[in-house]
Design a protein around this ligand. Structure first.
Ligand code: G3I
Length: 367
């Protein structure tokens, strides 16, 4: 691919800007665990500032959409690899770990699967083939996978309706993990979920699932807590969720962090400095809670869902003005960015608390 001269110029300028301001140290370089961002080829290599920040600040990459079933699958046994491969190349070139997202998700079911009809064995074969094909394609390129995403509903911890639940029953979740392990024995396998930090019933259901998997030797290595939260999400729930999964010895990934400041019903927002300060405080709380509640060996990464505010999914999906990420529209670090750095250093008082606490089991579950 050829880049225009302006691209390189902007890359140099943003790097200088980063040096000139009190922005550094870059997030990943300051963190004892990987710090990631969800990236999209719509911006990468097309927007120089986006690309420069992605290279400079993060040590881990998740594909925001390119590695989902609807991004990859074009029919049974037919795949569109090039977009996802370009992200994998970017990660390899810049020595970032690549987190695969996601093999199975009710919201990303290819059209041909929606119109498929067959008995449960036929659906099982489709699921197994897909996981095998994709898992082997990215073997050696990804460090980890979100194997199943959001299998729990928001109603009293029940299973979420999906093509897979309808045709295969709830056992599809555990079997997906077994297929993923066969496809890529070296990848760390995650269950990824949202809302467990503010919905205690959903948290309890997720913990039951984890306990059940461990009892049955389902190969689950880690939990992804998406962490799409707002400035009003209580810290206590965030800590409780992190603590409960850490206690079970799982790797813990804060996998899709963003913090909304628009908690009003209005589509437009008067974005005041106070709101950005509250956002920074919430980011600090999340990072600090992660450091204090999750033992070092179980800290997989914290990943933000996007790079800069205008790239975020939030405005499009919630149809509300918002500014949920760590970089502003000019790719300048926000208060929330510095709060992230600050959160990496535990409070002395909580350090003592942590020292008095029994560490998690440290190892990974399953095999
Ligand atoms: O690229 C096409 C474009 O060509 C087309 O013109 C346009 C028309 O709407 O659609 C574009 O694709 C959209 C894509 O985002 C890129 O903007 C898809 O329709 C849209 O469905 C897709 O939304 C993504 C969503 O997951 C569904 O896959 C969001 O970007 C992505 O941020 C969001 O991410 C999810 C995680 O995977 C799971 N957790 C929640 C999180 C937020 O919803």
């Amino acid at each position: 691919m050829r880049y225009p001269v302006e691209f390189f110029l902007a890359l140099v300028l943003t790097s200088f800007a980063a040096f000139g301001q009190k922005t550094k140290p870059a997030l990943a370089a300051s963190s004892p665990f990987p710090v990631g961002a969800a990236l999209s080829p719509r911006y990468l290599h097309k927007h120089p500032e986006y690309t420069a920040v992605a290279i400079r600040e993060f040590s881990s990459v998740t594909a925001e959409n390119a590695m989902k079933p609807r991004g990859l699958s074009r029919g049974r046994g037919k795949y569109h690899w090039s977009t996802a491969d370009s992200l994998a190349d970017f990660a390899r070139k810049h020595r970032k770990q690549l987190h695969g997202h996601t093999l199975v998700w009710h919201e990303s079911v290819p059209e041909w699967v929606k119109s498929f009809s067959g008995d449960p064995a036929a659906y099982e074969a489709i699921l197994q083939e897909y996981i095998f094909d994709v898992g082997t394609h990215f073997r050696g390129k990804v460090k980890s996978w979100d194997v199943v995403n959001e299998a729990l509903s928001d109603s009293a911890g029940a299973m979420r309706k999906s093509v897979w639940l309808t045709h295969l029953g709830p056992g599809y979740v555990a079997r997906s993990f077994r297929y993923a392990r066969q496809a890529d024995p070296d990848a760390k396998l995650f269950y990824n979920e949202y809302g467990v930090e503010y919905d205690s019933v959903k948290l309890a259901a997720a913990l039951r699932m984890v306990d059940d998997f461990r009892q049955r030797n389902v190969p689950l290595d880690g939990i992804g807590l998406q962490m799409h939260i707002s400035i009003s999400t209580p810290e206590a729930g965030i800590r409780k969720a992190l603590r409960e999964f850490a206690r079970r010895g799982l790797l813990v990934h804060i996998s899709e962090l963003d913090v909304r400041i628009n908690t009003t019903k209005d589509s437009l927002l008067n974005e005041t400095p106070e709101l950005f300060a509250k956002q920074a405080e919430k980011v600090r709380q999340v990072v600090r809670a992660y450091v204090e509640e999750v033992p070092p060996a179980q800290r997989f990464a914290i990943t933000t869902w996007g790079v800069a505010d205008p790239n975020s999914w939030v405005m499009k999906f919630r149809k509300k003005e918002d500014y949920p990420l760590l970089f502003d529209k000019n790719y300048r670090p926000k208060k929330a960015y510095f709060a992230f750095l600050d959160g990496l250093t535990p409070n002395p008082s909580s350090r003592e608390r942590a020292a008095g606490r029994k560490p998690g089991r440290g190892g990974q579950t399953g095999n």
